[in-house]
Design a protein around this ligand. Structure first.
Ligand SMILES: Cc1cc2nc3c(=O)[nH]c(=O)nc-3n(C[C@H](O)[C@H](O)[C@H](O)COP(=O)(O)OP(=O)(O)OC[C@H]3O[C@@H](n4cnc5c(N)ncnc54)[C@H](O)[C@@H]3O)c2cc1C
Length: 428
């Protein structure tokens, strides 16, 4: 069967890999000249299986008020807020209650845990080197009040069977010796031993090479303009280079998925939550981060990738504005210096980057069927697309192949949003 994958980010690339493995004739289209050139390019590199939680948590509305009052909010909303942004925030707030949080978290964890299993399978099948480290992740706390709160929150970790360890300041330094210079400021940390780190861009390129070897075709520099329908099915994709047709189609266009799908009556709430990262060379290995560190207060993630350190953060709600925000650059640099003052040099070249997290209000990705029988989705992975990529790719491939998926896709498909998609059935 022929399958056309729209988008060659980490989600499209892993989809193509698993589809080809299941024997399909796969073509991938992307407007860029290579794989993983947009949001999958310079993300924080965290494979945060244990940390898979929606942003829409019960405490979020209050936190937003507190952050705004202190003037140091990790969430930035443009003053001339658009209708799309308002709609996304409204839908997200509707999920900020304990019942929705637990349901959404359980769905995310299902995909994340499966993804870890699938990533390990890939590592067994092909020799991939993507600057991976398997030393867990560490969430830091700066005062006893926050540490006590974290202890209480471990109930939910136990409920979901997530392995964790509460560390005092000395144990944090044992795990991350580069933190020794700030020992007096640290209250403790929460360590997730089963988390990994790795370079998403390098991984996508390794998978791309394997896809080529399996006969997958990549059409780069090809801009998708519209989806063409006939008899309630997709008959072709219109691009700047002409029409391309296939038996089945899968959309993995990241934050751009919803715009294209809206033109054929499919309303999915994928919104571009902009984030920033900096990457800079490590000066001293012993003073540098060894794995992934989350600074909960400043809402930044710091990750070791090869000889570099990457720091990422900020949720900027500004639609598709690609401008690099100087204030975020400063706060990421300060965040790194506060934790690892001796790891890098002030004069180092910094690679400052921005990307749009394809976010859903409930945090869960959208994988599976649409009202059009030969059109599928694999999108909306938000803050955790790298973490969830391998499992999402394999789940999608099983759904398209009509083989029994290894995990349930209940609550992962677009049908969980039942507000308007019925109209799609009348198109074509
Ligand atoms: C600052 C930041 C830090 C992050 N950190 C982490 C992390 O540590 N761990 C984690 O798991 N996740 C993280 N994420 C999230 C993760 O990066 C994303 O969820 C993931 O990259 C999304 O992948 P994707 O393939 O869906 O989208 P993309 O990588 O954006 O791919 C979509 C592709 O579609 C193509 N495309 C779009 N429109 C068209 C069109 N009209 N025609 C042709 N091609 C088109 C684009 O060129 C692109 O290649 C982070 C994100 C950000 C912004």
């Amino acid at each position: 069967m022929k399958v056309l994958v729209l988008g060659a980010g980490i989600i499209g690339t892993t989809s193509a890999y698993f589809l080809a493995k299941q024997g399909h004739d796969v073509t991938v289209i992307d407007r860029q000249d290579s794989v993983a050139m947009e949001t999958s390019n310079s993300n924080a590199g965290q494979l945060s299986y244990a940390f898979s939680s929606p942003w829409a948590a019960p405490g979020l509305p209050l936190d937003l008020i507190k952050w705004t009052l202190t003037g140091r909010s990790p969430v930035v909303v443009n003053p001339n807020i658009s209708f799309e942004t308002t709609k996304f925030m409204y839908r997200m707030f509707k999920n900020c209650n304990p019942k929705s949080y637990e349901l959404n978290k359980s769905r995310m964890l299902r995909v994340a845990n499966y993804s870890q299993k699938c990533l390990l399978e890939i590592e067994k099948e092909i020799d991939v080197n993507y600057e991976q480290r398997k030393q867990g992740s560490l969430q830091l706390f700066w005062n006893l009040k926050d540490l006590e709160k974290a202890k209480k929150d471990t109930l939910i970790l136990e409920k979901f069977n997530i392995k964790y360890e509460l560390l005092d300041a000395n144990a944090c330094i044992k795990a991350e010796p580069g933190l020794q210079y700030i020992k007096n400021k640290l209250a403790g940390g929460l360590q997730f031993k089963n988390d990994f780190t790795g370079n998403c861009f390098i991984f996508a390129n390794e998978i791309y090479k394997k896809c080529l070897a399996m006969g997958v075709k990549f059409e780069f520099n090809t801009h998708i303009e519209s989806i063409l329908l006939e008899n309630n099915k997709v008959c072709a994709i219109k691009t700047n280079k002409g029409e391309i047709s296939s038996d089945n189609y899968s959309v993995s266009l990241g934050s751009y998925s919803s715009k294209l799908l809206a033109t054929i009556g499919i309303d999915i709430p994928v919104y571009p939550v902009k984030g920033y990262s900096i990457t800079l060379p490590i000066l001293n290995d012993k003073d540098a981060p060894q794995s992934t560190i989350m600074d909960d207060k400043n809402k930044i993630g710091i990750t070791r990738l090869g000889d570099n350190v990457r720091v990422a953060g900020t949720a900027h709600l500004t639609d598709f504005n690609k401008e690099l925000r100087a204030k975020s650059l400063r706060s990421l640099k300060n965040g790194l210096n506060n934790l690892f003052p001796m790891a890098t040099s002030e004069s180092s070249d910094v690679n400052f980057w921005t990307g749009f997290r394809p976010s859903t209000p409930d945090g869960t990705p959208i994988i599976g069927a649409t009202p059009y029988s030969n059109l599928y989705l694999n999108t909306g992975h938000g803050t955790l697309g790298w973490t969830m990529s391998a499992g999402s790719g394999k789940l999608l491939a099983s759904i398209i192949s009509s083989t029994k998926p290894e995990i349930s896709f209940d609550g992962i498909e677009m049908s969980r949003y039942n507000y308007s998609n019925k109209t799609a059935l009348n198109y074509g």
